[in-house]
Design a protein around this ligand. Sequence first.
Ligand SMILES: [Zn+2]
Length: 124
Amino acid sequence: MTGVVAREAKKPQPPKRVPVRTCVACRTSGGKRGLLRIVRLSDGASVELDPTGKRNGRGAYVCPTDECVAMALKRKALERSLKLTKPISPETAELLHRAVQPAVAETLSEWTGGASPPPKIMPI
Ligand SMILES: [Zn+2]
């Protein structure tokens, strides 16, 4: 007697939730170069760059280009997207612009690509 009945349980697959990362300035999604993540800090007013993309907090994305950073700042897109209680300071704006300069942007896209861990700094 075969007491075992083979039954194929067909569980419906839940739809995969793919986080859509869209640049707050030009509204296009990342593409190859990836987007620069900016997180709101717990004070609700200041922001910080998040090259690893793993920080907690409300995040917004912008293309790693000067154009999109400039547009995002001009349109107050980051303030709106992150629901900041204060406008982004000129210092932070400057920092964002510096972060998307080619050399830095390349490093960032390598990091966010997950291909290799960030280079370790060797103690002297
Ligand atoms: Zn963009």
